[in-house]
Write a protein that binds this ligand. Structure first.
Ligand code: ATP
Length: 616
């Protein structure tokens, strides 16, 4: 069942959930958001009321982040009308601001924020900023949006601008940002003071912000993580401690964390110690014991879990993602994030849910020479005499025409399907003739007994294979192609890959372009006709992004986990709109990556759909 079919006319309106008329009109006009979904009828009041803590576990594209943006903006507006430009003395004496009246003292509306929204990456931060700015200027044109919300991310280009807005408008009602940048501004530099006004901490994509180590992580990795928690964890815990510090009615924090069995208070250390005890005597154990002693002796503030003894729970903590597993929940509880029972808003099943409107397919490149659809089971002998080839479709899309018919680089030859022109010497060809020469070289290389070992495929070769595949997929799919998001699977630097794509005639750019600079108006605000675009991204930067009209997601290489795949594929199939997720893996002397994809499909209950332009 698509999400859209969950809308009912008798459903509560956004206004009835507590949203202002003006904001509702703006959401409808700019983003077509008119009727809340079932999840939103719970989530929006949860944020507006700040009575409880929540885990929100709903599938990708269900409207979690936009609900947060809308409700926080609603709060910021009310905050502005009620509490802006309050006299400093009143603030410091913590006088009830509602009784005090507004006394304009400075050109800064607030001294500290009402809410902090933590996001895992710059792209999502900029996207939320763009949503908020657009909505604010439409709904509240007389209030500078920087009084209501500001976004802080690490960026050579944008940091100066962020600083000057902070200087000019002061701390906004809603602070949005990435962990590292907020840690710097809020905790290290105290540029954004946190005090008793704080009522909500929202963490979007909590699993990515915390990046909990997997069950199979080595003890060494665990030790390193124990000593160096992720910035997101330190940030949220520091925000809570700052809030406590400002709350003069509570006992000072130092009294609370002193004393007690240090090993006992830190669950991470406790567990690691248990694991170390099970290792037999030797170098490894000695090293781990020494490290553990050091951690125990220098138990810094950021390593200690929160201790709520005698503390009031005056704010709510809301953690969201399509993938929050029980280990993560347990971990956060053990760190003291949730002193009280946590409410959960989730999909019907507790398992990870993949939107049903996404069609999943996987192409396997065998031994750098032939391609096929993923099989249900591993076949021992590869059938190389298939007659199918890429490119049966007709195209009306300028970007991808180049790869139609004759020019297809993945060809059916007498030796089976081959990737033509794959240059193992990292050279490039400029025309078909040269490509043919290279072709022969490749064939004779393949014809010899020497086969590349797994690690012999370097980044350039990988880029070339993937460029061929992407170009051909987009050509074959061209009738349906709108916006495409490609997840690059060979490390974080995909500049060379973008260059390759562009040279091949596929106009591609970094996903960051979708939310920075001039692109922002076209890509996010939904006004006017959009040109189709091809964005390339690393998995981390794409997390949570909501781009318009994503018809295809191409996942290059086997995803690390089912959750990774779900989030990447989830850039399409958003809010009930269908889309395709096509994974491309290269079998390098073994079928490990193919097996991994098969495992992920099975874990997520995905039935892969063979592509008719690729052999079975
Ligand atoms: N009630 C609604 N009516 C119409 N469109 C909506 C509604 N709620 C959300 N949407 C649209 O759904 C899309 C997905 O929203 P959003 O990015 O908030 O999803 P998400 O649940 O945060 O996804 P992810 O888990 O991938 O981050 C957006 O384009 C948004 O405008």
């Amino acid at each position: 069942m698509g999400l859209l079919s969950r809308r009912y006319t008798s459903w509560p309106t956004f206004q009835e959930l507590g949203m202002s008329d003006k904001l509702c009109l703006a959401a409808k006009k700019l983003y077509g958001i008119e009727t809340p979904t079932q999840m939103q009828t719970k989530l929006i009041p949860a944020i507006l009321n700040h009575k409880h803590d929540y885990f929100i576990e709903k599938e990708t594209g269900a409207g979690k982040t936009i609900s947060i943006a809308l409700s926080l903006l609603n709060l910021a507006h009310a905050d502005y009308l009620r509490n802006s430009f309050i006299d400093e003395r009143l603030r410091h004496n913590q006088v009830n601001v509602q009784d005090s009246g507004s006394v304009s003292k400075t050109n800064h509306a607030f001294y500290s924020p009402l809410a902090v929204l933590v996001v895992p990456n710059r792209e999502l931060g900029l996207q939320i900023q763009s949503w908020m700015q657009n909505l604010a200027s439409e709904a509240f044109p007389n209030i500078p949006s920087s009084y209501l919300a500001q976004t802080f991310i690490k960026s050579e280009l944008l940091e100066k601008r962020q600083e000057s807005l902070l200087e000019e408008f002061g701390v906004p009602s809603i602070v949005i940002g990435t962990p590292t940048r907020l840690l710097d501004l809020v905790i290290k530099k105290n540029r954004i003071p946190i005090d008793f006004r704080l009522r909500r901490i929202v963490v979007d994509e909590i699993d990515m912000v915390i990046q909990l180590l997997g069950k199979n992580a080595s003890l060494k990795k665990r030790m390193i993580r124990l000593k160096n928690p992720k910035d997101g964890q330190i940030l949220v815990e520091s925000l809570i401690r700052k809030f406590w510090d400002s709350d003069t009615k509570s006992r000072p924090i130092s009294k609370l964390v002193e004393g007690g069995d240090k090993v006992g208070v830190v669950p991470g250390i406790f567990h690691l110690q248990g694991a170390i005890d099970n290792i037999k005597e030797g170098k490894k154990r000695l090293w781990l014991e020494k490290e553990m002693k050091k951690v125990n002796e220098n138990l810094s503030e950021s390593l200690k879990p929160l201790n709520w003894e005698n503390k009031k729970k005056a704010f709510s903590l809301i953690c969201m993602s399509a993938t929050i597993n029980s280990d993560l929940r347990k971990f956060l509880k053990s760190r003291g994030w949730f002193p009280n029972a946590v409410k959960i808003i989730q999909s019907k099943t507790e398992n990870m849910t993949v939107p049903s409107v996404i069609q999943h397919s996987c192409i396997v490149v065998d031994e750098l020479e032939s391609i096929r659809n993923i099989r249900d089971k591993i076949k021992s002998n590869l059938d190389t005499n298939e007659s199918n080839t890429f490119g049966n479709g007709t195209s009306n899309n300028g970007n991808f025409n180049k790869f139609q018919n004759d020019e297809f680089m993945i060809k059916n030859t007498e030796n089976g399907l081959e990737i033509r022109g794959l240059s193992l010497d990292n050279g490039r060809y400029n025309n078909v003739e040269e490509a043919n020469i290279k072709d022969n070289e490749v064939r004779s290389y393949r014809g010899s007994d020497v086969k590349p070992k797994p690690n012999e495929i370097n980044e350039d070769q990988y880029n070339e294979i993937m460029t061929e595949c992407v170009a051909n997929i987009l050509a074959a799919e061209s009738e349906f192609v709108k916006t495409v998001v490609i997840f690059y699977g060979f490390g974080g630097n995909y500049k060379g890959f973008i260059e390759n794509l562009n040279k091949s005639g596929v106009k591609a750019e970094s996903l960051m372009n979708s939310v920075s600079g001039s692109d922002i108006d076209n890509s996010i605000d939904g006004n006017g006709e959009r040109e189709n675009r091809v964005y390339v991204s690393a998995e981390a930067s794409g997390r949570g992004m909501d781009l318009k009209n994503v018809s295809h997601v191409l996942v290059l290489g086997a995803p690390k986990t089912a959750a990774s795949y779900l989030h990447m594929a989830g850039r399409t199939g958003r809010f009930g709109k269908p889309g395709k997720a096509i994974t491309v893996v290269v079998n390098k002397n073994d079928s490990r990556d193919e097996g991994k994809v098969r495992g992920i499909y099975s874990q997520l209950g995905i039935q892969s759909v063979p592509l008719n332009y690729v052999p079975e």
